[in-house]
Write a protein that binds this ligand. Structure first.
Ligand code: 6PG
Length: 246
């Protein structure tokens, strides 16, 4: 539909480089037009190449006037190997020299995922809405897709039960480790731009199902269909089944 673009790059390295260029373009024009840029990044494995490419890029304009949030987090301490906050710190914030006081991690030190979600929502609100009529949505959201159709920590078995007016909420799935904190689907959908970054043959089937509208109950499909402006960036192995089907 309108506002949706599928981009296919040959290798995971080219995919990461493309994503970094796209992000830099969005950030530069956002800062030029609105004087600031607010992005939320997913964790997991796929974004690592993107984080590295961004950290190494000679274009440093995005470092100023940017704010960085998390799309989702696991309820683990920030020094745990499964922590998305740790990943973003180590592969992006530190190597890029991004100002640490403008990276807002989920407060995983709180008692449980529900409390962490509530506190993160307040934090997002305070940072994004200092005073009306300033924008209160994110400029950019980086998402991944799980082979079960989840995106962020929005899992297929839970998606109908989420609170309708939250920006952030707790989540969990028996198929995935750890209690989660995730941006809510309506808040993700309010973002100016959404980039799905998907790599590898294990994602080929879900990619085909999303693009051919054969997994309507998958949260990733819902976000893809309802987004105003979204790019799905794939490497060749993630795009194979889709290309075979058209
Ligand atoms: C996470 C995520 C999650 C991820 C997908 C894909 O914290 O795990 O944010 O939604 O994007 O599970 O993960 P991979 O990139 O590791 O395949």
């Amino acid at each position: 539909g309108p506002g949706k673009t599928v981009v296919i790059q040959e290798t995971p390295e080219e995919l990461a480089a493309y994503a970094a260029e796209y992000y830099l373009e969005c950030a530069s024009s956002g800062i030029r037009e609105r004087g600031r840029f607010s992005a939320a990044f997913s964790g997991g494995k796929t974004p690592v190449g993107f984080f590295n490419a961004l950290a190494q890029n000679d274009n440093k304009t995005w470092l100023a006037k940017s704010r960085l949030f998390q799309v989702d987090e696991r309820m683990v301490s920030a020094d745990c190997a499964d922590s998305n906050q740790r990943l973003i710190m180590e592969s992006l914030v530190q190597p890029a020299g991004f100002p640490q006081n403008r990276f807002y991690p989920v407060p995983v030190h709180l008692e449980d995922a529900a409390k962490a979600a509530k506190a993160y929502q307040t934090r997002l609100h305070d940072v994004l809405c200092p005073a009306p009529p300033k924008a209160n949505n994110l400029d950019f959201v980086l998402l991944g897709v799980g082979s079960d159709g989840h995106t962020a920590s929005l899992f297929p078995e839970e998606v109908d039960d989420y609170p309708k007016d939250a920006w952030v909420h707790a989540a969990r799935s028996d198929r995935h480790p750890h209690d989660r904190i995730t941006l809510a689907m309506p808040f993700i959908l309010a973002a100016e731009k959404i980039l799905f970054l998907i790599s590898g043959a294990s994602k080929a089937e879900i990619v085909r199902n999303i693009l051919c509208d054969q997994a309507p109950e998958a949260p990733a499909s819902m976000v893809w269909k309802k987004a105003r402006r979204a790019v799905m960036a794939l490497d060749q192995s993630a795009s194979g089944a889709y290309l075979d089907s058209i």
